[in-house]
Design a protein. Structure first.
Lengths: 184, 165
């Protein structure tokens, strides 16, 4: 397959990281990767305020929309998980479908699953490198997943591939009539 | 259950309308970003020394004005939170280890007595040794010795102030 080069100059990112040096590092790396606009926030609360302003008045917020949110999980006072919950579920969220990259120093399996179940698109483990940051960006741009809305989940499809039904016995009870597919 | 299959506007923004191509970042762009990362990493030891200086200022303030010690501990806790989140990314996981220990110790401490002063100092000394010795990675023998020495100091003074959480 032919491989084209990204042009990220029209992409805007909302970056929430409470650690000053990591924020500077992520900002510089994202700009060096060619991202056109990076709006930094000192914690999840500030990010919510920026997004809320966008909901109320897109012109005043300083950017039409954000294409990707990159947020650290461990932030005070409002952490990345609370920000993610707000983005995916709050009625004032202007970006419920936005790709969300969660950065975390605790990338054990349970934590990754917790972020995934809250609707994170990708998880970036600390210590990260330019390469892993670029890979996560490429993933959200090049291979987005459909969004799923169930009674207890809203977010990108948590299955990245569809494996065969175990034992070839289908135990899911949902029928075709109960599934609605929405295209834009 | 509802599935949303949305147009990939992000891909359109970054690559035009070509649908069948894979995307990659240009090698030169990656190299430039890596150079930026390396440049910031080189400055990291200096950043740590500045943070250690801030820790020592809080430490001195608490000793000079015991009535304000709760505020000093709060500031120490915030600096430690920053430090624990940085070290690993810049190649100094021992700074994260010691920073995490200081963060947990300084959480919800209202009083500030001589023993606690010593425990904060043990953390600051350990981090200073890591940076001055440029002890990267786990530090091998030296790293283990530094951590053991810090833990001995904590154990010695923790007996008088209660266990470190």
């Amino acid at each position: 397959m032919a491989v084209a080069e990204f042009d990220l100059s029209r992409v805007s990112i909302l970056l929430a990281e409470d650690n000053h040096y990591i924020r500077v590092l992520l900002f510089q790396c994202l700009k060096a990767l060619g991202i056109g606009l990076v709006r930094t926030c000192k914690d999840g609360g500030e990010a919510i305020e920026v997004l809320r302003a966008l909901h109320v008045d897109p012109g005043k917020a300083g950017a039409g929309e954000f294409d990707v949110i990159v947020a650290n999980w461990q932030m005070a006072p409002v952490d990345g998980l609370a920000l993610l919950r707000w983005v995916r579920r709050h009625q004032e969220s202007p970006a419920r479908f936005v790709p969300f990259i969660m950065v975390t120093g605790h990338a054990d399996r349970a934590k990754v699953e917790q972020a995934r179940d809250m609707g994170a698109t990708e998880v970036l483990a600390k210590p990260f490198s330019v390469q892993t940051l670029a890979e996560r960006l490429a993933q959200v741009i090049d291979r987005p997943r459909q969004f799923v809305h169930t009674f207890d989940y809203f977010g990108p499809d948590r299955r990245r591939c569809v494996p065969a039904v175990p034992g070839r016995i289908e135990r899911r009870t949902i029928t075709e009539a109960e599934i609605e597919v929405v295209y834009d | 259950m509802r599935f949303y299959r949305l147009r990939n506007r992000l891909k359109e923004k970054t690559a035009g309308l070509g649908q069948s191509v894979g995307l990659a970042l240009a090698e030169a762009v990656l190299l430039a970003a890596e150079a930026e990362f390396a440049k910031l990493s080189e400055d990291y030891p200096q950043w740590v020394l500045e943070q250690l200086e801030r820790l020592q200022q809080q430490h001195r303030a608490a000793v000079a004005e015991p009535a304000r010690s709760a505020l000093a501990f709060q500031a120490i806790n915030e600096i430690a939170h920053d430090m624990r989140g940085q070290g690993s990314t810049f190649g100094y996981p021992l700074i994260s280890t010691v920073g995490d220990s200081l963060y947990r110790f300084s959480q919800a401490r209202a009083a500030y007595d001589d023993n606690q002063v010593e425990i904060v100092k043990a953390h600051v000394d350990a981090m200073r040794a890591v940076i001055q010795g440029r002890v990267k990675g786990d530090g091998g023998e030296i790293g283990r010795a530094l951590i053991a020495s810090m833990q001995r100091a904590i154990a010695k003074y923790a007996g008088a102030v209660g266990p470190v959480p």
